[in-house]
Design a protein around this ligand. Structure first.
Ligand SMILES: NC(=O)c1ccc[n+]([C@@H]2O[C@H](COP(=O)([O-])OP(=O)(O)OC[C@H]3O[C@@H](n4cnc5c(N)ncnc54)[C@H](O)[C@@H]3O)[C@@H](O)[C@H]2O)c1
Length: 454
């Protein structure tokens, strides 16, 4: 979107915001606007009027959306009032989950790709979780906010730079929450590392490493439904770090990105794209569409981000190599380091820094994050990526009920997601540096650091 296009978009949005506020007043009970209008960082620290009960609508109830339904039904103060999907089988499976939990059936919205607009028209929906294919996230989230409802978007929030701006502009104009549901920020070890960073255990932070390394070649067998049915198309047309946020979100929080520091530029390179081709040749007949496809996304993408304060972050992506799962989750500073997969630590004065200490039990005892101490036990039983899904939704609900700012705002959604299109640009230009847009329009300098939740 050019600057001219963006101004047009904002102007159009301005008219719609009044309507959105009206919908919110009739639906959620109140419009969500406590902040002054417009300007850089206008959605920073955004708070919305408290909600006693959060009435959820879900767009997309496939693998991820239906698991959100399952978790929401475990939480106090939550009702699932409406679900929407274009596939009857996804709706049926989700209704089974609701009935198993002995809860009232939500309204069901089915139909064509734009049927979700009917969910957004409903007055019994306060907040919407969007768990659809990546390319649908932004149009659905923008419509959600325009309809006066908070938008919670699965990862990555957006696919293009323009889409990232659309999220920022819409959240700022509507004063509604727009959060990307980066659940990994709520993993026990990620919260532990965040807590330790805030306690200064690693000294001044200098460098981090993040990744999404996950052998997902089996998804090629999902032809008509399931994640692979839409995800592989991205690997046929994009070459870069297309799924960056699981590893990057947590380390961005350790480093206070958008809250005192900011992503400045990146360089990115991809290896040859061989994994899907080799897998398809082995698993499908020669004339199968998976063999006719041309995969362009390099098996391993390595992107290196430098922040405004000079810190560096390695972000890797690889879903096509037979190797163990890793998000790297490494953070280091002048006094030591913590790494992930397996979790390990070295801190000057406390451990031998020439060997990793892998017994984390004493560290959990001393530094488990207050949020994990509070709900970790229930979360571990609830499951969902080791409990992180439950902790995330528990925390979101706490913030919505108490009118608190969310831990991840629209600027995080945009700047963590934009790594994908920026890496594609850099790869296409032989690894040349590419600048990050400043979605906060300078406000990152004064935005308060993300605190520890007590
Ligand atoms: N945070 C995590 O740990 C995690 C895990 C898995 C998936 N995800 C994310 O969740 C999202 C969904 O992935 P998934 O694995 O559940 O995929 P999926 O294919 O199982 O589910 C997507 C669902 O969206 C539905 N859909 C498609 N277009 C729609 C439309 N216009 N309106 C309503 N419904 C529509 C599909 O029918 C399908 O049921 C993706 O963004 C993915 O990256 C996140």
């Amino acid at each position: 979107m050019t600057e001219h296009d963006r101004r047009g978009f904002l102007k159009a949005l301005g008219g719609l915001c009044a309507a959105a506020t009206g919908v919110a007043a009739a639906g959620a009970g109140q419009p969500a606007g406590a902040q002054p209008a417009g300007g850089g960082g206008a959605a920073a620290g955004l708070t919305a009027p408290k909600l006693d009960t959060i009435r959820w609508g879900l767009i997309g109830v496939g693998i991820r959306g239906s698991s959100h339904v399952e978790q929401l039904l475990r939480l106090d103060s939550c009702e699932v009032t409406a679900i929407c999907d274009i596939r009857p089988s996804a709706i049926a499976r989700t209704l089974e989950i609701v009935r198993k939990a002995a809860r009232r059936d939500p309204a069901v919205i089915e139909g064509q790709a734009d049927a979700y607009r009917r969910l957004l028209d409903r007055s019994d929906v306060d907040a919407v979780i969007i768990s659809t294919p990546w390319e649908d996230h932004v149009p659905q989230a923008v419509h959600t906010m325009r309809a006066g409802k908070h938008a919670f978007i699965e990862v990555p929030a957006a696919v293009t730079i323009d889409e990232c701006w659309q999220l920022v502009d819409t959240a700022e104009a509507t004063r509604l929450h727009c959060m990307m549901l980066e659940n990994v920020c709520y993993g026990r070890d990620e919260l532990l590392a965040l807590h330790m960073c805030r306690q200064g255990l690693f000294g001044d932070l200098t460098h981090a490493e993040a990744a999404y390394i996950h052998d997902l070649r089996w998804q090629a067998k999902e032809i008509t439904e399931g994640t692979g049915s839409w995800r592989l198309a991205h690997y046929e047309k994009r070459n870069g770090n297309v799924y960056p946020t699981h590893g990057l979100g947590p380390v961005a929080q350790y480093l206070n990105v958008n809250r005192g520091d900011a992503f400045a530029h990146l360089v990115s390179m991809s290896s040859p794209a061989l994994g899907y081709r080799e897998y398809a040749a082995r698993e499908f007949p020669p004339d199968h569409p998976r063999n006719r496809a041309k995969y362009v996304c390099g098996d391993m993408n390595s992107s290196l981000i430098q922040t405004a304060r000079g810190r560096t972050i390695l972000v890797q992506h690889d879903v096509t190599t037979p190797r163990p799962y890793s998000r790297l989750n490494l953070i280091q500073g002048t006094k030591g380091a913590l790494g992930g997969f397996p979790t390990r630590i070295a801190i000057e004065g406390r451990t031998d820094v020439h060997a990793w200490q892998t017994d984390m039990v004493p560290w959990y005892r001393e530094f488990d994050h207050p949020l994990w101490r509070k709900v970790g036990e229930v979360a571990a039983k609830a499951g969902g990526h080791g409990g992180m899904d439950f902790v995330m939704l528990w925390r979101v609900v706490q913030c919505l009920r108490d009118g608190l700012p969310l831990d991840q705002d629209v600027y995080d959604a945009a700047s963590w997601s934009v790594v994908a299109p920026l890496s594609e640009q850099s790869v296409a230009r032989g690894g040349a540096p590419v600048d990050f847009p400043d979605f906060t329009r300078g406000a990152w300098r004064s935005m308060a650091p993300l605190g520890i939740v007590s």
